[in-house]
Write a protein that binds this ligand. Structure first.
Ligand code: LLP
Length: 400
């Protein structure tokens, strides 16, 4: 049990709290599920890029899937070995490509022919061979929220099968490219197995057709996307997930890479906020709290559901919206929930906020971002201090 009251007293609110024990358990579940093959779990750093979170996962053996050179540097700083780091992303700058190549990470994941040309030119300039994988877009509907669906041709991600083939043939002939991997990622918060199975089959078939022309791919990267329970979803069992993928790889000797973000950290996180006031507008009840959309954006951006609870009180009572102080109607955490009467200084916990919580926070309304606390073996540790006004204005200049 997490002592939310004690933590609020010690660190103030709003606050992010992460249970590191849960992260360990999730990592172990997934690693075990893939134990029939050589596998690498590369944590998708974008989900929660706090150095302590990355380092905790690195200590379990995790690699890192990064989408900017900043994330690559975080991963290196947090102790992820360079040979377990992947650099993905649909638009990498030249300087990012150059730094990534110099860092000698496992591979760069490419998303277009134009990007491959840039990488080849930069590798030539550095007189080195760039290890690459190509992101294939298998044109599969993942059946998730359209903003987090990525495997359809209408999305900006990856290349179609024919383009991928052409790219592999080119890379295989190049002195500056070493095509060692193949990648797909069809979406996030996936709760159905069939789209993954189908995508994996399409991409494995491509690997077999490449093998037939002597292009040997060593890494089969299945992306991330494993869903978690926010409300009452039925999610995919990690073992069945791994089996579905491994079953498509018959006749192939490859290391499977998996890039989970949310699955590892989502349900480890709690966002703690304090009740300021209650009010009723023409019969509609609002609980106004000190956290806001700038701290936790998912409800506003995706209309995402997060469980909320008033600390020390049973859920139930009358319908209320839990809203923040930001001057936007979209500033809410929960709508129409049955919640008990609250008083000034009661605490509200927003669940499942370990993934895409703090990382998507902003300073909108000149609100300093919350502190982050890790619970490690029953002890709380501050892993990021609360920002101050000075932090927010440090880079600004009054020049008029
Ligand atoms: N690999 C690639 C190539 C990705 O694009 C993503 C997520 C992941 C791995 C990790 O996906 P995960 O295992 O966490 O589902 N902000 C949104 C989620 C955006 C996901 C973007 N890509 C949200 O709050 O739901």
């Amino acid at each position: 049990m997490i002592d939310f009251r004690g933590l609020a007293q010690k660190y103030d609110t709003p606050l992010y709290i992460y249970d590191f024990n849960h992260i360990t358990q999730q990592y172990e579940k997934l690693k075990k599920a893939f134990s029939a093959r050589k596998s690498l779990i590369s944590y998708a750093v974008k989900a929660n890029s706090n150095l302590s979170v990355i380092s905790h996962l690195a200590q379990q053996g995790s690699g890192a899937d990064c989408v900017s050179i900043g994330e690559v540097k975080r991963a290196l700083m947090a102790g992820v070995p360079k040979y377990k780091i992947i650099f993905s992303g649909v638009g990498k700058r030249d300087d990012e490509i150059e730094e990534a190549l110099k860092s000698d990470i496992l591979l760069l994941n490419l998303e277009s022919e134009a990007e491959m040309e840039r990488v080849e030119q930069i590798a030539r300039k550095l007189d080195m061979q760039a290890r690459i994988s190509i992101r294939v877009n298998p044109n599969i509907d993942p059946k998730t929220h359209p903003y987090i669906s990525t495997g359809l041709h209408e999305n900006k991600f990856g290349v179609d099968i024919e383009t991928a083939k052409r790219m592999y043939i080119h890379a295989n002939h190049s002195d500056y490219l070493d095509p060692i991997g193949i990648h797909f990622h069809i979406g996030s918060q996936l709760t159905e197995l069939d789209p993954i199975r189908e995508a994996s089959m399409i991409v494995a078939d491509l690997v077999r057709s490449l093998a037939a022309i002597n292009i040997e791919i060593k890494f089969f990267d299945v992306g991330g996307g494993l869903g978690i329970v926010y409300d009452n979803e039925t999610t995919i069992d990690p073992y069945e997930y791994a089996q579905a993928i491994l079953a498509t790889l018959y006749g192939l000797d490859m290391t499977v890479i998996c890039e989970p973000g949310r699955f590892l950290v989502g349900n480890a996180g709690y966002f703690l906020t304090r009740v300021l006031y209650e009010k009723v507008n023409e019969g509609k009840r609002f609980i106004i709290v000190d956290g806001a959309m700038n701290d936790l954006l998912r409800p506003s951006l995706y209309n995402a559901y997060h469980k909320v609870e008033v600390v020390g009180k049973e859920n139930g009572g009358s319908e209320a919206d839990v809203v923040g102080p930001v001057c936007e109607s979209g500033d809410f955490f929960a709508k129409k929930r049955l919640l008990p009467p609250t008083e000034h200084d009661d605490l509200i916990v927003v669940h499942s906020t370990g993934a895409y919580g703090f990382v998507m926070a902003s300073n909108y309304n000149t609100r300093p971002r919350p502190a982050e606390i890790a619970i490690v073996e029953g002890k709380d540790r501050c892993i990021r201090q609360r920002e101050t006004l000075d932090d927010l204005i440090r880079l600004e200049k009054m020049c008029l």
